[in-house]
Design a protein around this ligand. Structure first.
Ligand code: SF4
Length: 455
């Protein structure tokens, strides 16, 4: 017989907690078991007036709402609040009953503005420290990588408007900048984002760049920072290495990076910190007509360079941008050289090459690369699925493929909350493994400790 469900029944009351209606394996239930934000109130007390004004939204509720959104991949405030209104798991996670009205979505915006990105960084750092306390991260072996995040702008139309605006304001400047090749597209609605292109689709687009450091043990994100899209990977490395050590309280022993980081100053930063760097060499450019700088040998002891014909090039002039030294060959040597046509530019009489002041570190790294052992090869393979896997996870499941809001601070908050959500997932998984191990061993345990209480 066909059944019929009466859909308009009124609920008189519900006994018990909403928790009983949510399955144990729900992500919010799992994360709740490892999440303790009792420290948060003290952290942000100074931002609120003690004895005046309307009581604001409970800070723990705000953070739980945001974390629930990032865990479930609902990153827009309005959508999140619409979902929270009908989702008993989110209501239970933030501590609201079925009939309680939820905060307005604009409260989340105001909280982000009031707290600033650094408070959200503290939330992320707490998750890292909790992972270290739970022994699923050590901070000793880390994998670093960068990923572009598309800015929340429609740059095609904005770029045209920008060109027109500049043309109107200063016709001559526009013409000059075009002629000199220095014209640059900018996003007028989000000036913090810059034009960048990734290696995959080669399309120039307004973007931010996320620098991520992932621990080798269980894929915990130990550091995350946002820069403009055009910032070179090498510029951020030293600061990120120091930030990882400060957050985990542990000196890094080994760091892996891809060939995009194979710059002299990166190797120098690793040497200065006594960190073993596992970084492949940059791909050799295809052979061209001109003899490349790589064919010139740098002699660090005597601070000279030697050309393929064994002639000496000496340093001349001041350092360029504080980091690059020009080395000049003698016109007499080049004038008689059979390689002159391939080596010296037609506008010059002698070859000039430029080396970074940290070039010796680059040479040592290249020599080391040619002697990589199985261990180093294995670690570099792990780099791929550890840190690139985290970027894929963040973009596919947690909404990091595109910025949700405009401005560097908003982008940083999004990155910190995404990383915190991923770390909490790792912690929750570790807790389940621990419970399984305890049950398997037949040891009776009470409720496991809340890892996130870091002293
Ligand atoms: S052209 Fe000058 S720098 Fe180049 S290989 Fe000959 S001597 Fe050396």
């Amino acid at each position: 017989m066909l059944g019929r469900k009466e859909r308009d029944q009124l609920e008189l009351f519900i006994t018990g907690s909403l928790r009983q209606l949510i399955p144990d394996e729900h992500i919010l239930v799992r994360v709740d078991a490892v999440l303790d934000l009792s420290w948060l109130r003290d952290e942000i007390t100074d931002l609120y007036c003690i004895d005046n004004g309307r009581p604001g939204i409970d800070p723990e509720v705000a953070v739980r709402l945001m974390l629930a959104g990032f865990l479930l991949g609902i990153v827009h405030d309005r959508r999140l609040m619409r979902e929270a209104a009908v989702n008993i798991a989110i209501r239970w996670f933030v501590g609201y009953g079925l009939h309680e009205p939820l905060p307005d979505h604009s409260s989340l915006t105001r909280i982000r503005q009031r707290w600033g990105a650094e408070r959200f960084r503290r939330i992320f750092e707490r998750t890292v420290q909790a992972c270290v306390a739970a022994k699923i991260a050590t901070g000793e072996v880390v994998h670093l990588d960068a990923s572009l995040i598309r800015a929340h702008v429609s740059w095609d139309s904005l770029a045209v408007r920008h060109v027109e605006a500049v043309a109107e304001a200063n016709d001559e400047a526009l013409r000059d900048s075009r002629q000199s090749g220095k014209f640059k597209k900018v996003c007028v609605t989000d000036p913090d984002a810059t034009m960048a292109t990734n290696g995959r689709n080669r399309r120039l687009e307004p973007a931010y760049k996320q620098h991520t450091a992932v621990d080798d043990v269980a894929g915990v994100i130990v550091d995350v920072e946002i820069a403009t899209g055009e910032e070179n990977e090498g510029m951020a490395v030293a600061g990120r290495l120091d930030a990882v050590a400060a957050t985990t309280g542990q000196a890094i022993t080994t760091a892996t990076m891809d060939a995009g980081y194979a710059y002299a100053k990166v190797f120098r930063a690793l040497e200065d910190r006594e960190i073993e760097g596992i970084v492949p060499a940059k791909a050799e450019p295809p052979p061209g007509k001109v003899i490349p700088t790589r064919r010139f040998k740098f002699d660090a002891r005597h601070n000279v360079a030697r050309c393929p014909k064994g002639k000496i090039l000496r340093p001349k002039g001041k350092l360029h941008r504080g980091a690059f030294q020009y080395f000049h060959a003698r016109a007499k040597d080049c004038g008689r050289c059979p390689l002159q046509a391939r080596c010296v530019s037609p506008s010059r009489r002698a070859r000039v090459v430029v080396f970074n002041v940290n070039h010796p570190s680059l040479l040592r790294a290249r020599r080391k690369r040619s002697r990589w052992s199985n261990r180093e090869e294995r670690l570099y393979q792990r780099h791929r699925w550890r840190v690139e896997g985290v970027h894929g996870e963040a973009k596919t499941w947690h909404g990091l493929a595109r910025a949700v809001r405009r401005g560097l601070d908003n982008m940083r908050i999004q990155a910190f909350l995404t990383a915190a959500a991923i770390n909490l997932k790792r912690l929750a998984a570790a807790l389940i493994s621990l419970i399984c191990a305890v049950l398997t061993a037949g040891v009776a345990e009470n409720r496991p400790p809340r890892y996130l209480t870091v002293q």
